[in-house]
Design a binder for this molecule. Structure first.
Ligand SMILES: Nc1nc2c(ncn2[C@@H]2O[C@H](COP(=O)(O)OP(=O)(O)O)[C@@H](O)[C@H]2O)c(=O)[nH]1
Ligand SMILES: [Mg+2]
Length: 352
């Protein structure tokens, strides 16, 4: 899963990237991608039960991207490439620069406009080309469908709404997948606030931003963090970090908030595999079946899927052993179509 950190120059993208990958800003400047473990207290506890040789957390990739308003053709291409490959985009808003909430809202608006203009430009050009092609082609059906879709999305973009705010059927989605439209990407807004901002004002700022986004049907989560302080803390020894986070009154670090918000926005859940060799967390989209879960582990497991043994991590952590779980009837046998739940421990039985 690629989380691309976007925003304008000087908004704190690299500071946030540094905080997320747990390296100093100096080090973070030398790289643009960082692989980060997704923390999960449940996996820590399961690991304490099984005492495995290895504990493996599922990971996400953070990408520090070029500023949204880059000039120059090659930079623009690199920027668009990064954004198109994103599973989620985080827009960093430099709230620390302003004393007035309206300026924060204005920067958010400018961010959104960059995305909207890209999509609108693409829709208009495509529409014009299709119009020409329809006039001269014999089999117009597919082109007409595409053209109708363009006519459906254009007014949405003109109303300054991101395309994820409207529904598309399967066929439309397939066509749109060829368009590389940025406003279909799930996003999260990260308010990069100043350490001197009183918490009451921060809440008020979040409220105003939420209100503003609601006007354009934008349901994206908003998180607040102080990127430069968190980048400084990330540069410290891991043992020291907790103390400094507490000193600044930071209950949850930006990285954890961000990952949570992205999971929520993408509707991802976590399941586990456990054993004496390895305890491990995995991510899948909510609504995934037992076969999908098997496929996330290895394609062979999906191909040869027979059944899944499932128990919730909550149950196992309560009764402590698999024997006890079996005795209490907490371990269930599930078939291919079983819908995996967040926190399930899954053991796939397969035959190939
Ligand atoms: N006071 C303050 N300064 C910040 C904050 N976040 C970033 N900065 C500063 O703003 C400048 C630009 O930050 P940087 O992360 O490099 O932004 P980028 O251009 O988006 O990558 C740096 O000097 C940071 O120290 C913040 O939350 N508060
Ligand atoms: Mg930077």
């Amino acid at each position: 899963m690629k989380i691309v950190i976007s925003g304008f120059e000087g908004s704190g993208r690299t500071s946030l990237f540094s905080a997320c990958i747990g390296k100093s800003s100096e080090q973070a400047k030398k790289q643009s991608v960082g692989v980060v473990s997704v923390p999960d207290e449940r996996l820590n506890k399961l690991s304490a039960l099984f005492n495995p040789k290895k504990t493996t957390f599922t990971t996400v990739d953070f990408v520090d991207s070029l500023p949204l308003n880059v000039h120059g053709k090659s930079d623009k291409i690199a920027l668009l490439d990064a954004l198109r490959n994103a599973d989620a985009i985080v827009f960093v808003i430099s709230a620390f620069k302003y004393s007035d909430a309206d300026e924060v809202l204005a920067e958010t608006n400018r961010l959104r406009l960059e995305i909207l203009i890209n999509d609108l430009d693409m829709a208009v050009k495509r529409g014009e080309r299709l119009e020409r092609e329809i006039k001269v082609s014999k089999d117009k059906r597919d082109k007409q469908k595409e053209f109708d879709l363009i006519k459906k999305i254009q007014p949405v973009l003109e109303e300054e709404k991101f395309l994820y705010s409207i529904e598309f059927d399967k066929e439309e989605s397939l066509i749109l997948n060829n368009f590389a439209l940025l406003s279909r990407k799930p996003c999260v807004y990260a308010l990069n606030y100043s350490e001197s901002l009183p918490s009451g004002e921060l809440m008020e700022l979040e409220r105003k931003l939420r209100e503003k986004l609601a006007l354009v049907s934008d349901p994206s989560p908003i998180i607040s963090l102080n990127a430069s302080i968190e980048a400084d803390i990330a540069a410290m020894e891991p043992e020291e970090r907790g103390e400094f986070l507490a000193e600044y009154g930071i209950k949850e670090c930006g990285k954890d908030k961000l990952i949570k918000a992205v999971y929520e926005r993408l509707n991802y859940i976590t399941f586990f595999t456990v054993g004496e060799d390895e305890c491990r967390s995995w991510k899948i989209p909510s609504g995934s079946s037992a076969v999908d879960a098997a496929g996330a582990i290895h394609s062979d497991l999906a191909r040869g899927f027979i059944r899944a043994e499932v128990i919730s991590s909550e149950d196992l952590l309560r009764v402590k052993t698999m024997q006890e779980a079996k005795k209490e009837g907490l371990l269930r046998l599930e078939g291919k179509t079983y819908q995996v739940r967040d926190g399930d421990i899954v053991h796939i039985m397969f035959n190939i």
